[in-house]
Write a protein that binds this ligand. Structure first.
Ligand SMILES: [Zn+2]
Length: 120
């Protein structure tokens, strides 16, 4: 167990239109019970926006907003994969869908449950 080193991962949607990198030491993974994450069964890692880089695919992303329209949920409009979002309570952070990351192994990383129902 213990802390992982900060490392860089590449992530993409299914069709490959959207490609991004993140740097993180995976302090924890979060599930979210907001109305949208519950439907997607997403498992997310939160990274600061400085550690997130969208390499390509900005034009392929569709922005989905609901409720207060502050949280931003991004989807690939070609394949429908949901690679990341920004939440209302943490606008400087990007939540990354860890299943979009190449070579990522969730083994040994704590999973916490976010109280997302009120913040969607
Ligand atoms: Zn795609």
């Amino acid at each position: 167990m213990g802390h992982r080193p900060l490392s860089t991962y590449t992530g993409s949607c299914h069709c490959g239109a959207v490609v991004f990198t993140i740097a993180t030491d995976f302090p924890e993974l979060t599930t979210c019970d907001c109305s949208i994450c519950r439907r997607k069964n997403a498992l997310m890692v939160k990274v600061h926006e400085n550690e997130f880089k969208l390499l390509q695919g900005e034009e392929s992303l569709t922005l989905y907003q609901f409720h207060t329209h502050t949280a931003k949920h991004y989807f690939c409009k070609v394949c429908g994969i949901y690679p990341f979002h920004r939440k209302r309570v943490t606008p400087d952070f990007v939540g990354i869908n860890v299943f979009c990351l190449e070579g990522f192994d969730p083994e040994g990383i704590a999973v916490s449950t976010t109280i997302g129902a009120g913040m969607a």
